[in-house]
Design a protein around this ligand. Structure first.
Ligand SMILES: [Zn+2]
Length: 67
């Protein structure tokens, strides 16, 4: 068995995935997030998703002001 264990917390989630649950790591902070049936495209945890959305809005407002 060749599973590289990089973090202890990951082991728990690897086990849950093995059991059939769907988990993935947030692309921003690396926090584990559970994937629900209707959220296949999820990339970030709730906190990062909010932050990214906020930053995008800020960026958008800044671009709008330039014109
Ligand atoms: Zn995150």
């Amino acid at each position: 068995m060749e599973i590289e264990i990089t973090d202890f917390e990951g082991v728990i989630y690897q086990y849950l995935i093995w059991k059939g649950e769907r988990w993935k790591k947030c692309e921003e902070c690396g926090k584990w997030i559970k994937i629900h049936k209707n959220s296949n495209k999820i990339k970030y945890c709730l906190k990062c998703a909010k932050e990214i959305q906020f930053n995008q809005k800020k960026e958008w407002d800044r671009n709008k002001r330039k014109r």
